[in-house]
Design a binder for this molecule. Structure first.
Ligand SMILES: *Cc1c(COP(=O)(O)O)cnc(C)c1O
Length: 394
């Protein structure tokens, strides 16, 4: 199996960009490790060979990343016209796209009909009416809300998405009357996918929905979409085996007679670890024993999801111009600010860092999930347009 680049190789690659005088890279940039993407796709299919991943584009729509995913044969979960357009432009055929947004503007539904994206989700009567009007041939998955049991309550997901248990029968009947084709069930347990009981509850609830549909006389369901929320760390093996155990328990017959297509919509699983962010130090203030630094990316950019304060681990690797082996130097309690005039634009506080100066660099690992995709240009800092360099040993 292919491996991601080692930290040393990555740092060497980043140094080669920083010190390249022709490039003159002084603003933040990303490094995208293609080997890491291939390794994650291998890992997914190794552990979940029967589950087709439809990568959730919103997590990181970087074109090079999407292109690599397309080349590796994954599908795509798109939530809007623009995301569908982006994926189709890569040459991906429309049957590799699920329009996984339960409430779509009519213009987006018309577009999906025009380009042949024929699979979407719903959880309301209103959505069925729009689909009947603009895209009646579309195959539908009923998105269900998985009840949050006491064992899973730590990962509350809110009420925005998913049909409640008592809404399922009326929704399926309405689809039947409108002669729409409901072909299966989707759910998204989100971060609760870290909780194996939640995965199993969700698959059990999905199975009950398959049975409800059969009792109402709908054609047999044949798609189960287990959503996203998977992380790529060591916990993935356990999450995958929780999925397999639950599928074996609740869908054994369907799997045995080849009557079930299983899909998933992982975002962070694929996008998080292949992206590394390098930011340069643009300012410094010394207050007694405390060092304060400004970098050129912050909460309006890649750090909209703030780093957790965890004193066991430095969140970033410092790269100094003067002293390449700065990890062995004396450290200071340090604060790092983002570039904007928003006082909340603070990336982290109270971390130990060696003494840095303007034009030194901080490198942040695992920065691909919900980072650049949520950046904006607040205060004129173009954190939505950070360049990406590809690292590929092949
Ligand atoms: C955001 C989203 C995902 C991806 O979630 P991750 O936690 O990144 O895996 C999948 N499906 C839908 C419908 C989503 O909205």
């Amino acid at each position: 199996m292919e491996k991601p680049l080692s930290r040393d190789d990555l740092i060497r690659f980043i140094r080669s960009i920083i010190s390249n005088e022709q490039v003159e890279q002084t603003d933040s940039f990303y490094v995208l490790d293609f080997g890491a993407i291939r390794s994650l796709v291998d890992t997914w299919f190794h552990h979940l060979p029967t589950v087709q991943p439809f990568y959730a584009v919103k997590c990181n729509p970087n074109p090079a990343f999407l292109g690599q995913m397309a080349a590796l044969g994954t599908g795509f979960d798109c939530a809007s016209l623009a995301e569908i357009e982006t994926v189709l432009c890569l040459g991906v055929s429309p049957d590799r796209i699920i329009f996984a947004n339960t409430c779509k503007p009519e213009s987006h539904i018309k577009y999906a009909a025009k380009v042949g994206v024929n699979l979407t989700t719903f959880d309301s009567i209103c959505e069925l009416e729009k689909i009947r009007k603009w895209h009646p041939k579309c195959a539908l998955l009923i998105r269900i809300k998985v009840p949050e049991t006491s064992s899973t309550a730590t990962f509350k997901f809110g009420s925005k998405f998913g049909a409640l248990p008592e809404e399922i029968v009326p929704l399926l009947k309405a689809a039947q009357e409108a002669k729409l084709r409901v072909v299966g069930v989707s759910f998204l347990i989100g971060r609760r996918a870290l909780n194996f009981q939640a995965i199993q509850d969700a698959i059990e609830t999905a199975k009950a929905t398959f049975e409800t549909a059969a009792q109402l006389g709908l054609p047999k369901f044949h798609i189960l979409d287990i959503g996203g929320g998977f992380s790529s760390g060591p916990k993935f093996t356990e999450a995958a085996s929780a999925v397999k155990v639950a599928l074996e328990k609740h869908f054994r017959n369907e799997l045995a007679d080849d009557g079930l297509r299983i899909m998933a919509e992982p975002g962070r699983f694929f996008a998080k670890s292949p992206f590394i962010l390098a930011t340069s130090v643009t300012g410094k203030r010394v207050r007694g024993e405390v060092r304060e630094y400004w970098i050129n990316d912050g909460i309006s950019g890649s750090f909209n999801i703030l780093l957790r304060k965890n004193h066991d681990e430095i969140p970033c690797t410092p790269l100094t111009v003067e002293n390449p082996i700065c990890l062995e130097m004396k450290t200071w309690s340090s604060t790092v600010f983002g570039p904007t005039c928003d006082p909340a634009d603070t990336v982290f506080k109270d971390f130990e860092l060696p003494e840095l100066n303007v034009n030194d660099w901080l490198v942040f690992h695992d920065m691909g999930a919900y980072t650049s995709s949520r950046g904006n240009d607040f205060n004129g800092f173009k954190t939505s347009a950070i360049p990406t360099y590809i690292a590929d040993k092949n």
